[in-house]
Design a protein around this ligand. Structure first.
Ligand SMILES: Cc1ncc(COP(=O)(O)O)c(C=O)c1O
Length: 427
């Protein structure tokens, strides 16, 4: 556990970016920084920049070997089919999973909607309950309300029980305990929160809900930042987008725990689907794996290949190195931000004052609006996110400016950012 209320008040000793990772060497592998040397990209929770090795894979598909994968018997088609299998093996190994349980999707939103439809539509009964936090990303929240609506049309009423964020920034475990009932079937949660930037405590929540309740984990902000290992996480579904971990847009993953595989129903079928129609119109599924059940039609081949390459890129730098670099940088940013008059921190690092971070700190100022500040920063080539961050902010006081950093960001960039903030906020 990286953050707990017990750590409130701890002194931040480590204010240097003291990891072994050299951001300048890393940046050299990202063409975007060669083309925009002054860019300070602090919006990595939205999407990551792409290394040359990933861009090359996408380019190669379009310029040197473009075919549909596994449809024809000719060499390019079979080679691309093999390349997709290799990408699946790599991505599965990266999250401690078996390839057969790892389905490619178009992104986290697709994965999270698939959980609700492929599992929820056929397994939920009248009176069942789902638990979620309305301050999570809408992609993890809305699919369950959509499912509730779809089930209502079939005459089934399910209840969505909501739990809140603790003032420190992780989930309010008391409200989870209070809302848990014998009818709770699934709890949806984030691994690292996209606004508050804390590890949201999977083990503690598993302990509270027990084995009976399924957990759908949104790993969009943890993938590529900390180990995401399904063999240790004790969850039932895991979703993330490829573009947040250096792959291109249009790729994502839905991992399904083998214990729930038999409970899934396909939500889309098409070419390559392992299903046939019997004489009386009856549909017979012949799939062997979760991937075969959940994938249909021509996939986003270059995006899938880019995801395999992206995973290889992360491994070449080393996840532990990335994690420690990001953590040091977050702690450093906090140590600078907390000196600024008028700053109001969102839940997360600014409140819990943890000794480690995951790249994300959200805040606002009393004396200048988020939007105005983001324009000032934009004029200095500093990109941060403002607004509601795709959550249901209760009012404008819950809208923050979010800085989200990754392996190519540096302490020098933090210093430049702070200097612009000081000037903009009239400090
Ligand atoms: C926590 C979280 N979940 C889900 C998503 C949705 O990802 P995508 O838009 O790539 O499907 C995001 C994207 O910002 C996110 O941060």
């Amino acid at each position: 556990m990286y953050c707990s209320p017990f750590k409130v008040g701890n002194k931040i000793e480590n204010t240097e970016s003291g990891s072994k990772l050299d951001p300048a060497l890393v940046r050299a592998q990202f063409p975007i920084f060669n083309n925009n040397p002054d860019l300070i990209y602090f919006d990595n929770a939205s999407t990551s920049q792409k290394p040359a090795s990933v861009i090359e894979v996408i380019d190669r598909y379009h310029t040197k070997q473009c075919a549909n994968a596994g449809r024809g018997a000719y060499s390019w088609s079979t080679q691309l089919d093999k390349a997709i299998s290799e990408s699946r093996e790599k991505v599965a190994a990266f999250i401690g999973a078996r390839a057969e349980d790892t389905a490619f999707t178009s992104g986290a939103t697709d994965s999270l909607n698939t959980v609700a439809l492929a599992w929820g539509l056929t397994n939920l009964e009248d009176g069942d309950e789902i638990m979620l936090c309305p301050r999570d990303h809408k992609s993890a929240v809305l699919p369950w309300y959509n499912l509730k609506d779809l089930l209502a049309r079939q005459g089934k009423t399910i209840t969505i029980q909501t739990f809140d964020i603790h003032e420190v920034g992780d989930y309010d475990l008391k409200s989870i305990k209070a809302k848990l009932s014998p009818r709770t079937r699934l709890l949806a949660m984030a691994h690292i929160h996209h606004v508050f930037g804390l590890d949201m405590e999977v083990p503690e929540i598993r302990q509270i809900v027990g084995d009976r309740v399924l957990i759908s984990l949104d790993a969009s902000q943890s993938i590529g930042h900390i180990p995401v290992d399904v063999s240790k996480l004790d969850v039932d579904f895991l979703s993330f987008s490829g573009h947040k971990v250096f792959a291109t847009t249009g790729s994502g993953v839905l991992w399904v725990n083998p214990r729930v595989k038999e409970k899934l129903h396909a939500v889309k079928l098409g070419g390559k689907s392992e299903a046939s129609i019997k004489e009386r119109g009856e549909l017979i599924f012949e799939h062997k794996s979760t991937a075969e059940l959940l994938e249909a039609g021509t996939q986003n081949i270059p995006a899938i290949l880019s995801l395999g390459q992206a995973v290889q890129f992360v491994e070449s730098v080393g996840l532990a190195t990335i994690q420690s670099h990001i953590s040091n940088l977050t702690v450093y940013l906090y140590s600078k931000l907390r000196e600024l008059p008028g700053i109001i921190f969102a839940p997360g690092m600014g409140i819990c004052r943890c000794e480690a971070g995951f790249g994300i700190i959200s805040f606002r100022f009393e004396q200048i609006s988020n939007l105005d500040l983001s324009f000032v920063l934009d004029a200095e080539n500093i990109f941060v996110r403002s607004g509601d961050h795709c959550t249901y902010a209760r009012d404008q006081s819950e809208e923050y400016l979010r800085v989200s950093m990754h392996l190519y960001n540096s302490a020098e960039e933090v210093d430049q950012f702070i200097a612009v903030l000081e000037e903009a906020a009239g400090l």
